[in-house]
Write a protein that binds this ligand. Structure first.
Ligand SMILES: NC(=O)c1ccc[n+]([C@@H]2O[C@H](COP(=O)([O-])OP(=O)(O)OC[C@H]3O[C@@H](n4cnc5c(N)ncnc54)[C@H](O)[C@@H]3O)[C@@H](O)[C@H]2O)c1
Length: 249
């Protein structure tokens, strides 16, 4: 892909998939804004990109706050004059707080929906006006296969990610006439380095473990001119995990 002259914001850019995506877009030539609630980590990802010869800067952004999101967008336009690509990666399932619906606290449910769903919605809302004015833009929202399958213990997260897919399809319809492509990527399990992985190969049809690069390469494609005719789709990147049970009849 060639993103020379393009400016990309990656939210959640300090995390595993986000930092890998930010690095991939930078290698492909984009000037990348690494945006994350963890400003220090975002800064070190941006520094790594620059050390590798890419162009990047970091901004601390909390996607639970529309003020923070709008500041990120205004800062990027102020620095670079344009936003060509938005990738919303900020989110997560709060795995450590897995709980049945009736056992979940209101606070956790609201927070999971706020970060994963409202965060993506408000980031998109903040950039589409600018992209429409320019007549071009690519938005890629990161959802999850739990949106398609459910996930016991993570109903709030599954609902939020299903909302991201439905939102993306609808936004895609609204903004495609303005030259903007909105699509989703839904990863299966992408274990962060250092986590237990021995059980994972058996859960997909490739029999191996996904890396963050498995996701970032698809994001990069959807953010590129190659994907100009793709509108409102959800790309599942899960080694076939969501196709059905292995060996079942
Ligand atoms: N890793 C997986 O197995 C997997 C599978 C499917 C989908 N996903 C999705 O991919 C995305 C990235 O996952 P990951 O595994 O890289 O997780 P991660 O925890 O490594 O990265 C998430 C990033 O989001 C940031 N973040 C959290 N709350 C934020 C907020 N309020 N504002 C701004 N940034 C915030 C975190 O600081 C972190 O850097 C998430 O949306 C996740 O739901 C992950």
């Amino acid at each position: 892909m060639s993103f020379a002259g393009r400016v990309a914001i990656v939210t959640g850019g300090a995390g595993y998939i986000g930092s890998t995506t930010a690095k991939r877009l930078a290698v492909d030539g984009a000037a990348v804004i690494v945006s994350d609630v963890n400003g220090e980590l975002a800064q070190s990802v941006a520094e790594e990109i620059v050390a590798d010869g890419g162009e990047a800067s970091a901004i601390e952004t909390d996607v639970r706050s529309t003020e923070s999101i709008e500041a990120m967008v205004a800062w990027t336009i102020g620095q670079h004059g344009q936003i060509d690509i938005l990738v919303t990666v900020a989110g997560g399932s709060a795995r450590e707080r897995a709980s049945t619906v009736h056992g979940s606290s209101e606070g956790v449910i609201r927070q999971v929906i706020e970060i994963n769903l409202l965060g993506a919605i408000f980031c998109c809302r903040a950039v589409v006006g600018h992209m429409i004015e320019r007549g071009a833009g690519k938005i890629v929202n990161v959802a999850s296969i739990v949106a398609l399958q459910g996930s016991a213990g993570h109903a709030d997260y599954a609902a939020a990610k299903a909302g991201v897919i439905a939102f993306s399809k609808t936004l895609a319809m609204e903004v495609a006439p303005g030259g903007i492509n909105v699509n989703c990527v839904s990863p299966g399990l992408v274990p962060r380095p250092g986590t237990r992985v021995d059980h994972i190969p058996g859960t997909n049809y490739l029999g191996r473990i996904a890396s963050a690069e498995s996701v970032s390469s698809v994001v990069s494609f959807l953010a590129s001119d190659e994907a100009d005719f793709i509108v409102g789709q959800n790309y599942v990147v899960d080694g076939g995990r969501s196709l059905g049970l292995k060996g079942s009849r």
